[in-house]
Design a protein around this ligand. Structure first.
Ligand SMILES: NC(=O)c1ccc[n+]([C@@H]2O[C@H](COP(=O)([O-])OP(=O)(O)OC[C@H]3O[C@@H](n4cnc5c(N)ncnc54)[C@H](OP(=O)(O)O)[C@@H]3O)[C@@H](O)[C@H]2O)c1
Length: 294
């Protein structure tokens, strides 16, 4: 490819990537915005990934996304990182600024918009329980802190990972009250009863019938009104969300986060307003054809 082409190229790097929904979403967005562009899938193993990143400055791409397992691996290959990418410790979107390649994290924005718009939840002054301490949990925690959550309780299977995360975020957000609880039923039950928002930011629920904790821990809506969010979108309803729904609680899956992080990346790359409704429709259609049953 050379500079004479009349189209732009974008893409996603990850492994495995067989079922990614991003190409359908982004290409529908480009078409609706009148942009001639393609979004390619680079399902690369680690050595292929590193090799291609070494050639970043000759890349024909205008920008790209990263997903599991390369959100951290990418950092040393980039010229700059945004404040979000630094704080979260993960890059999911890369764009050009002059001759430089900049890494940012649009998962934070995706989570915030999904929560406020689709979940109709305003975090300011509220209490949240976040389960998990991986890359996605860090984006959620950063997003909630930026939105001025009051109390943030973290529970993770490996407690040391949660402790490390909180040490970093405490310095950045001194007004947020952080606490860590063991990933055990009695502690979770207590935390659930006093939370306005509960987020599953673990990968538990990706496999069929995989339970994060017993449904009996969840209070009925008449006792406590809680919004349950799962970052997982395939399946559309995890046992975690199903159990919450059965208790009459409001639920939200991760499809909105996927949509809005993609829309934000689109806007960074093209400087145009993302056609969000078109992108949402493409996402739903492609997830249905991939058997996601959304
Ligand atoms: N909707 C979206 O746009 C979006 C974006 C990003 C991620 N996600 C989803 O978010 C989830 C997490 O992704 P990630 O990138 O944060 O992954 P990650 O960095 O690998 O972290 C995985 C997390 O899951 C926990 N975990 C794994 N197996 C567990 C088990 N059996 N019991 C209890 N906890 C367990 C881990 O706990 P330990 O630390 O104790 O191992 C860790 O907190 C994935 O399902 C991913 O699909 C969605």
């Amino acid at each position: 490819l050379n500079k004479k082409t009349d189209f732009q190229l974008f893409g996603i790097f990850g492994h495995p990537l067989a079922h990614t929904l991003s190409p359908a979403m982004q290409e529908a967005g480009f078409a609706a915005a009148g942009i001639k562009a393609y979004y390619l899938v680079f399902d690369f193993d680690l050595s292929q990934f590193k090799q291609s990143m070494k050639g970043l400055h000759q890349f024909p791409l205008q920008g790209f996304n990263l997903t599991v397992p390369y959100k951290q691996t990418i950092a040393p290959f980039l010229d700059e990182l945004s404040a979000e990418a630094k704080a979260v410790g993960a890059v999911n979107t890369v764009f050009r600024k002059g001759k430089k390649w900049i890494g940012t994290n649009t998962d934070v924005f995706g989570f915030q918009v999904s929560l406020k718009k689709d979940g109709k939840f305003q975090p300011r002054g509220k209490k949240a329980l976040v389960i998990g301490a991986g890359g996605a949990a860090r984006a959620v925690v950063y997003g909630l802190c930026e939105e001025e959550i009051k109390i943030l309780t973290i529970s993770n299977r490996h407690k040391d990972r949660a402790q490390k995360m909180i040490l970093e975020f405490r310095k950045k957000f001194p007004r947020v009250q952080f606490e860590i609880i063991p990933f055990e039923n009695a502690h979770l039950k207590h935390a659930l009863q006093r939370s306005d928002l509960v987020v599953n930011a673990t990968s538990v629920g990706l496999k069929p019938n995989e339970k994060l904790f017993s449904a009996s821990l969840i209070p009925k809506r008449s006792q406590k009104n809680i919004l349950f969010v799962d970052l997982i979108y395939r399946p559309a309803e995890t046992p975690f969300l199903k159990a919450a729904k059965e208790k009459g609680q409001k639920t939200l899956n991760g499809i909105g986060m996927l949509l809005y992080q993609g829309a934000r990346a689109f806007e960074i790359w093209t400087s145009k307003k993302a056609p969000v409704d078109v992108m949402r429709k493409a996402l739903f259609l492609s997830s249905k054809s991939a058997g996601a049953n959304l």
